[in-house]
Design a protein around this ligand. Structure first.
Ligand SMILES: Nc1ncnc2c1ncn2[C@@H]1O[C@H](COP(=O)(O)O)[C@@H](O)[C@H]1OP(=O)(O)O
Ligand SMILES: [Mg+2]
Length: 353
């Protein structure tokens, strides 16, 4: 099967990084990290980026990575760097064969910093480029809600492999339909979902473990025929996506159920497994530019699960532009059969503004 090795490496790399982010999340939850509220996410971000890039480079040395973090500031902050190294050096998968596939543990602090720096690709529409967001949904991570470890392989501008590790997402989809999913979430072992997709091969999910991955079970977007029955997913943060516009669109579509608010690309996973039906991300600021690593994995996973993902103009998201997506064009993700109707409602509401 095409991209079989890439999929396995990506899944295991995300599993390995999630071991670290979960440890940091736990420490933060216990209040034992630092008083500086931002530091847990900084530690988790850098550490997870190092673990994932080292795994990619071990297997695919000439591939490029577009990563969110760069190590230059870390090289100057020796204390922070050694804090991160102390966590990173101990992370390994429970399954020795899987751990060996990733090249085993990172060998030194210098190697860790070098790995972080390899996330400096400019992106673009040529070649093999991995898009990496080590902790997407930092606000959710800090609040004790949802976050996602996100990795996608983009080849000549097209997303071929997408993996989302969602450590706080319930394995059982039905729990998702309850309100307050973000606040109620924990990272207790037994929670957490690993979503994956390969172009043309469908999307899967499996429990997020600490070791080997399985082929997973196929997931599908919901089968709704009447859009008025839909559950809408949206950001928790009002500054990231317009909740007012969402409410107007819901009204136009006859939707009466309350939206489910959730941080991070976990929203794409929820739509892909039919736990939520729609995900709308409508721009709130003209000058905000979405980054490719915030959407690449989720875009493929939803489309491979039978969904359609476009911007508000109805065009597919363009991952060949470099490190960013088309400026200020939002996201509309929905089951393919209702996507045209949803997009029409989005256009009507936005045009009327
Ligand atoms: N003004 C903004 N508009 C849209 N997205 C934003 C804005 N500010 C930050 N983000 C991004 O929203 C994402 C999280 O979205 P959500 O609220 O749905 O979880 C993050 O990747 C974050 O980017 P960054 O990674 O640079 O912080
Ligand atoms: Mg992000």
């Amino acid at each position: 099967m095409a991209y079989e090795k890439e999929l396995k490496v990506a899944q295991l790399a995300v599993v390995r990084a999630a071991i670290l982010t979960k440890a940091v999340f736990h420490e933060k939850a216990k209040g034992t990290v630092s008083k500086d509220d931002k530091s847990p996410v900084t530690i988790g971000d850098f550490g997870a980026q190092a673990l994932i890039i080292a795994a990619i480079k071990h297997n695919f040395p000439s591939d490029e990575v577009v990563g969110e973090e760069e190590a230059s500031s870390l090289r100057e902050q020796k204390d922070l760097s050694s804090t991160i190294w102390n966590l990173v050096k101990d992370v390994k998968l429970d399954d020795p064969e899987s751990d060996a596939l990733l090249g085993g543990p990172i060998k030194s602090e210098a190697e860790m910093l070098d790995a972080i720096d390899m996330g400096n690709s400019a992106g673009g529409d040529k070649g093999r480029i991995w898009a990496l967001d080590p902790i997407d949904g930092t606000k959710g991570f800090l609040r004790g809600g949802q976050y996602a470890v996100c990795l996608a392989l983009i080849v000549d501008g097209d997303v071929k492999v997408g993996v989302l590790g969602c450590p706080n997402l319930p394995v059982d989809d039905r729990e998702l339909l309850t309100e307050g999913i973000g606040a109620a979430a924990t990272d207790a072992e037994g929670k957490g979902v690993l979503f994956a997709a390969v172009q043309g091969q469908g999307a899967t999910s499996q429990p997020l473990t600490r070791g080997a991955v399985t082929p997973g079970h196929p997931i599908h977007v919901s089968q709704i025929s009447d859009v008025s029955e839909a559950v809408m997913c949206e950001s928790v943060e009002p500054g990231h996506s317009s909740k007012g516009d969402n409410a107007l669109i819901a009204q136009k579509l006859g939707i009466s159920r309350k939206p489910v608010q959730m941080d991070s690309q976990a929203k794409y996973g929820s739509v892909a497994r039919g736990a939520g039906d729609l995900y709308l991300r409508l721009p709130v600021r003209k000058d905000y530019v979405e980054k490719i690593w915030d959407h690449a994995a989720g875009d493929l996973i939803v489309r491979e699960a039978g969904g359609q993902v476009t911007d508000i103009t109805g065009s597919r998201l363009n991952f060949g532009l470099g490190r960013t997506l088309t400026e200020n064009k939002g996201v509309v993700a929905a089951p393919a059969n209702v996507h045209p109707q949803v997009l029409q409602a989005v256009r009507e509401v936005l045009d009327a503004k």
